[in-house]
Write a protein that binds this ligand. Sequence first.
Ligand code: B1M
Length: 210
Amino acid sequence: MSDIKDVVEAVIAGEVEKVAELTQELVDAGEKPSEIIKEGLVAGMDVVGDRFKANEMFVPEVLIAAKAMHAGMDIVKPLLTEGESASAGTVVMATVEGDLHDIGKNLVAMMLQGAGFEVVDLGVDIPAAEFVEAVKEHQPDVVGLSALLTTTMPAMEETINSLAEAGLRDQVKIMVGGAPVSEDFADEIGADGYAPDGSSATDLAREFIA
Ligand code: B1M
């Protein structure tokens, strides 16, 4: 009989089929779907996030681990009861206008999903007005802005200003990230926080919600 700890190890190792098999075995054995997510799939991604932060794992391995985590999620998510399916929170995120880089943003989105957040990923090159519409539509707890170019960093401030002009600024916490972005820059443009990587972004989103 498989153990929930085996799911943790299989997620870390990025064993997509094994995660699906173990998850199904646990479901068949009567394990609660919410426990499989919390103690198995999310716990595995937490370790992956910590190892990535410590430079013990790299982007390709994180992407494969996230794929393995999703293979388990696909099995258990439909089985969650209404109470259990309450997500950790909703995050609307995207790469800002003029910027086409999305590898880091996708990684952050996957880490957030792995931690139980509902992520509405708008994509790349997203103008401020589109963020405003998305906040009205999805009512997120957090808005995540990614930029990889020094030339697109000002679009982060424009997005924050547009949310303020639309009267939505106080409804959301705004997190910024991307290689050229810093804590100081985040403060300067009036963001609520800066995260250097996916794991820190998850911690920050959890802090925001708490
Ligand atoms: Co471009 N590019 N690029 N590029 N590119 C950089 C960013 C650059 C530093 C390369 C260089 O010159 N050394 C440079 C920027 C210089 C600058 O502004 N100071 C640059 C340039 C100049 C350009 C073009 C202008 C090149 C040209 O056409 N002349 C052009 C711009 C296109 C545009 O956006 N309008 C361009 C194009 C491209 C490609 C399309 C070829 C490709 C992007 C493919 C894609 O994303 N689908 C690309 C790539 C791959 C890079 C590099 C090589 C790698 C970026 C990456 O994916 N890193 C990059 C050089 C580099 O960084 N070494 C470079 C891996 C990724 C996991 O890390 O994105 O930093 P990163 O994400 C991290 C953190 O930053 C953080 O978490 C992630 C995980 O740890 N994070 C967040 C990111 N977003 C976050 C959001 C958060 C929190 C954390 O909260 C919301």
